[in-house]
Design a protein around this ligand. Structure first.
Ligand SMILES: Cc1cc2nc3c(=O)[nH]c(=O)nc-3n(C[C@H](O)[C@H](O)[C@H](O)COP(=O)(O)OP(=O)(O)OC[C@H]3O[C@@H](n4cnc5c(N)ncnc54)[C@H](O)[C@@H]3O)c2cc1C
Length: 456
């Protein structure tokens, strides 16, 4: 059924949010006390946070203060602490003395918030966003439901469609038991019953899946291989001066850099948040140590190894691998788990308004510092689609409330939730008030190296 534009007198919303993951859910919660007419649409039947990786005992990688609202409004009734109180878990959490909630708690907390927000509409797949034919300052968001098509007129659109699982080109289109880690729990039983399983990937999800399958290795359990291109199983960096990079001023600095420098930094900085929590790395080691006490552990951990391709012969895969030394070799396995990450994509729904949006020379949305993507009109915004322009704060749950506050300030035309502009002790760019060195005073390039050698 084609989407017809609503009548010119149809209700106009202030904000329509596309997608209700943690980031747009946070925006909805922060907008709830305001005199705003908002609607948030999601194709899912209800909020469920990464159900395929809801492993027992897994925690979120950020402190509980990185909930949907607290960093913007510590008095919000939608905070994680409020949920603990409402569910009778506050004292237990207090005694547990860990900053890091269980992933299952975070999911339950988000659903508790979602259940209180009438602006959320589930079972709505947004199919397109168009300029309102009756008013060029407005947009129309069309959504498919089980009953047909709904259309919403709005002044502002916030795209919070999240990221999509990435499957490397060499491993696309494979038949047989290959799953992305996003669907791990759905296939856990079959994987644990397989004669052999290979996990491909270097991050937290790869480590969690490997750790979970490791418990099943041994008599009757699978042979387990873990293959990663990375030179080592590197831990997520969690030192405090590095954590200062998840800050407004580092985002200012990053956003102001030339595009190619941003792209290089994004590649270089991946290990900061795409590594493995150090506890889990050690837990895996300890599990291997414990298991090896009763005999060889049927597992191989391969670093510096790229998967060039795979073939399925109806019974098992033959993986073509290349080691960092350039040596190519093959391994067979009965099942594959691709813990190969996620990536933001420009949602197809915006194609209808592409002419209104700002694009960079690589066809990506050129996201302004205030998260708008419409060339300064400040009517269309993204959440967690701006890693290439804003850096590592994009997927960070802890930075969600700051971004939502920026979007609400643009929507309301005034600051609603005060936003810290400086939180770090360190400077990220050239400090302001620095006197530029007069031309020609810099010594030969080697000078810098000298300094380093002086203080290795
Ligand atoms: C397993 C896992 C664990 C993570 N743990 C952490 C952590 O501990 N700390 C941290 O800082 N970050 C973490 N992240 C990273 C990140 O915070 C999460 O991915 C987070 O869920 C991103 O939220 P989001 O709102 O951008 O999108 P998502 O959670 O991906 O939600 C997007 C929503 O948009 C909906 N949608 C998409 N397209 C449409 C459409 N056309 N119409 C309607 N609805 C649509 C989807 O149904 C979905 O509900 C984790 C990521 C993963 C995969």
């Amino acid at each position: 059924m084609s989407a017809t534009a609503p009548a010119p007198d149809a209700r106009v919303h202030d904000v329509v949010g596309v997608g209700i993951g943690p980031f747009n859910l946070g925006l909805a919660a922060l907008a709830a006390p305001l005199d705003l007419d908002t609607v948030f649409l999601d194709r899912a039947a209800a909020f469920r946070w990464h159900p395929g990786m809801m492993l027992e005992g897994a925690t979120i990688q950020v402190p509980f203060l990185a909930d949907l609202v607290t960093m913007a409004d510590p008095t919000s009734p939608y905070s994680f602490l409020a949920w603990l109180k409402a569910t009778g878990r506050l004292y237990a959490f207090y005694i547990r003395e860990s900053f890091y909630p269980l992933r299952a708690e975070y999911d339950a907390y988000c659903r508790w918030v979602a259940d209180q927000l009438p602006a959320l509409r589930w079972g709505r797949t947004v199919t397109s966003v168009e300029v309102d034919p009756h008013d060029a300052d407005l947009y129309v968001v069309h959504a498919r439901t089980a009953a047909g098509v709904e259309s919403y007129r709005t002044r502002h659109v916030v795209l919070g469609v999240g990221t999509q699982p990435v499957v490397p080109v060499a491993l696309r289109g494979l038949d047989g038991p290959v799953v992305h880690s996003a669907d791990y729990l759905t296939h856990r039983g079959a994987l644990r019953a397989a004669a052999s399983v290979t996990v491909v990937g270097s991050g937290q999800s790869a480590a969690e899946v490997y750790r979970d399958l490791l418990e099943a290795t041994g008599p009757g359990g699978p042979r387990l291989d873990w293959v990663t291109r990375s030179p080592r199983f590197f831990p997520m960096e969690y030192t405090k001066l590095t954590l200062e990079m998840t800050s407004p001023e580092y985002t200012d600095h990053f956003h102001a850099l030339p595009g190619d420098v941003r792209d290089r930094l994004t590649r270089e900085q991946r290990h900061l948040y795409k590594g493995i929590s150090a506890d889990l790395v050690d837990d895996i080691y300890d599990a291997l140590y414990r298991k090896s006490a009763t005999g060889p552990v049927p597992t191989t951990l391969l670093t510096g190894t790229e998967v060039l391709g795979a073939t399925w012969d109806g019974e098992r895969y033959t993986l073509r691998l290349r080691h960092a030394t350039g040596v190519e070799h093959e391994r067979t396995t009965d099942a594959l788990v691709l813990a190969t990450g996620y990536a933001a994509q420009v949602p197809d729904v915006v194609l209808g308004i592409a002419h209104r949006l700002a694009w960079d020379d690589r066809g990506r949305l050129d996201v302004a510092r205030d998260y708008s993507v419409d060339g300064g009109r400040r009517r269309v915004f993204v959440q967690n689609g701006e890693e290439h322009t804003h850096g590592l704060t994009a997927p960070d749950l802890g930075f969600g409330p700051w971004r939502s506050s920026a979007i609400l300030a643009a929507v309301c035309g005034r600051e609603i939730y005060p936003r810290e502009q400086r939180i770090a002790f360190q400077e990220f760019g050239v400090p302001t008030g620095t006197h530029p060195a007069p031309a020609g005073t810099v010594r030969a390039a080697g000078a810098v190296a000298l300094a380093d050698e002086a203080h290795p």
